[in-house]
Ligand binder design. Structure first.
Ligand SMILES: NC(=O)c1ccc[n+]([C@@H]2O[C@H](COP(=O)([O-])OP(=O)(O)OC[C@H]3O[C@@H](n4cnc5c(N)ncnc54)[C@H](OP(=O)(O)O)[C@@H]3O)[C@@H](O)[C@H]2O)c1
Length: 273
């Protein structure tokens, strides 16, 4: 089976290694950065340097592929629109004329926007609160509507990503001892890299289609996660100032029932501190 990974960063790299080494699939990967080519060649049979909006190059990448993973995120200084929406529009145009049977796109739970911390699932109306969140919603819509009669499209809405090399202490260690805005009671919604790889492989293998949230079972608040990180690593505690407005970019408790009902079993249901 031939698989292509458009955007081979933290998530794409882990998936490429898994697909090439464990599943013995033929992996094609892309980067926008020429110096990354030799690194990517250690876990992908073919590597292309391209921007996701480059129709001609994408045709070459996607020719003969069975399954495509789209996992781009903006490089410093680049816009959400150029990175997510233009790439999705171009990928959709090219995939319409291809033989691919499956597209998997790593979206984000932040598309739910401000839901007052309530429990949401994939049937809940999304409520973007910024231009960037709107772009992320539009990106999902482009892929779902443009490709619905052509191939299986699976959108995984990921919680905050952590895992090997992106440990929670690296993410939160620098806020230890500080005062943070808000009360810290918003749901935090995390997902471990191993489960992102696991769920992407599950979606490929079982041809999942539609939208699936991907978060763990921990359901801790931001305050609880940061407290646990500081305790475990002997760091000074964070205090909260509820007179200031929280800087969280979305506020919703994310249900993971749908992907579990589809048969996916979490590798790390509880968080690793
Ligand atoms: N970080 C989080 O906590 C979080 C939470 C929820 C969802 N997500 C989503 O999860 C996905 C994976 O994130 P990640 O952490 O793996 O991202 P990452 O490490 O930043 O990797 C992003 C990849 O996208 C490529 N890229 C950037 N702009 C591009 C463009 N215009 N055209 C083609 N490729 C482009 C980058 O190329 P180079 O190789 O040149 O850098 C890189 O390979 C993203 O879609 C992100 O939105 C992230």
């Amino acid at each position: 089976m031939n698989v292509a990974i458009i955007g081979c960063g933290y998530v794409g790299t882990a998936v490429a290694k898994y697909w090439q080494q464990k599943m013995t699939l033929v992996v094609t990967a892309t980067t926008t950065t020429l110096p990354r080519v030799s690194e990517l060649e250690t876990f992908a049979q073919k590597v292309f340097v391209l921007q996701g909006s480059d129709h001609e190059e994408l045709e070459k990448v996607l020719h003969g592929q069975d399954c495509v993973l789209l996992s781009v995120a903006p490089r410093r200084g680049n816009s959400y629109k150029d990175t997510y929406l233009l790439t999705a529009q171009t990928v959709a145009q090219v995939l319409k004329k291809s033989s691919a049977k499956q597209l998997i796109y790593t979206s984000t739970c932040s598309v739910y926007g401000d839901q007052n911390g309530n429990l949401v699932d994939e049937t809940t109306s999304i409520a973007p609160t910024s231009e960037n969140q709107q772009v992320l919603c539009d990106t999902e819509q482009v892929l779902l509507t443009e490709l619905k009669d052509k191939l299986h499209v699976c959108i995984l809405r990921l919680g905050g990503i952590y895992g090997l090399g992106r440990e929670l202490v690296k993410i939160y260690g620098r806020v230890a001892g500080q005062t943070r805005p808000g009360d810290g009671n918003e749901p935090s919604n995390w997902i471990h890299l191993d489960d992102i790889v696991g769920a992407i492989e599950y979606a490929r293998h079982y041809h999942l289609q539609g939208i699936y949230n991907l978060v763990d079972d921990a359901y801790l608040s931001n305050r609880e996660v940061i407290d646990r990180v500081c305790e475990k690593h002997n760091l000074p505690k964070v205090t909260w100032d509820s007179s200031q407005v929280s800087n969280r970019n979305y506020n919703a408790k994310i249900s993971n029932e749908k992907i579990k009902a589809a048969g996916y079993k979490l590798i790390h249901p509880e968080m690793i501190f």
